[in-house]
Ligand binder design. Sequence first.
Ligand code: F6P
Length: 342
Amino acid sequence: MRIGVLTGGGDCPGLNAVIRSVVRKGVAEYGHEFIGFRDGWRGPLEGISKPLGIAEVRGILPRGGTILGSSRTNPFKIDGGVEKIKNNLAEQGVDALVAIGGEDTLGVATKLHELGVQVVGVPKTIDNDLGATDYTFGFDTAVNIAMEAIDRLHTTAESHHRTLVVEVMGRHAGWIALHAGLAGGANVILLPERPFDVDQVATYVEKRFQKQYAPIVVVSEGAHPLEGQMVLQHQELDAFGHVRLGGIGQWLAEQIEAKTGKEARTVVLGHIQRGGTPTAFDRVLATRLGLHAIDAAHEGDWGKMVAMQGTDIVRVPLVEATRELKTVPLERYAEAEVFFGS
Ligand code: F6P
């Protein structure tokens, strides 16, 4: 079989580990042939590919990013997009696809499968918010990067008797904020799942100062205050039509400063959380997902996504992965609240 591999959406540490294991097992055990499509769905849409053999995947396991490039191209939003993909696959002799991506990329894979394209999906997002899988690779790396930043911020906050607000990624779900905040000993954690009361946040900050310690507040980029408290529009569309979040950390620091009369600073970790080498956990998870994805493709089990459930890798229908976002349950948030202000 000739199989096309693509990576779509925001990049994520571990993508190369998936590509490597798909190709290594696919060639060595099953004798399949691979090509790499460039830049997510743009590759098959425009017929842009590159060779993908054992030589091309050598040495990429620890490398962040993706050797195939990525984009947020959606063929369903382009006139004749699906037909173009089908034609290009036929022209390049590609029998099937392994699509590695998040909500959007796998959403496209689901629809293409319904239209007869043979595809297997692999879940990825640092946000850990895809349904049907307990973890996505990239999440552990992002959490570790954010945790290390929080560890460092404790000492400088302490020295200057300041509040430090750390804004982390997480558009729809607060997994990174929750885990990094717990691991880094944050004094307040704010998630998109639960609108926060800015006065309550200021009270937690005061309580922490009263104990002669400096507060660290971790906030997801997608978190927002109770209705009526927001003074800043922090969601807009960029020139490419992508939703841009920003400003919640800065806004919050200003509010804390105004309400407590003590200095506050903001650190926006941004894309640092997505760059660089994956942790051991993410390398192993990504490798296992790749191995199971090529098994599914070899068996012709199309329309499936490989997923981590417990410690097992299982196959679930692609539709399940994109049906509902996996957000932080409020009981998990309540566990963290014990530490707020203390
Ligand atoms: O992929 C998820 C994510 O990391 C979000 O948390 C964040 O909002 C988004 O990507 C930003 O991605 P980009 O800057 O690539 O559009």
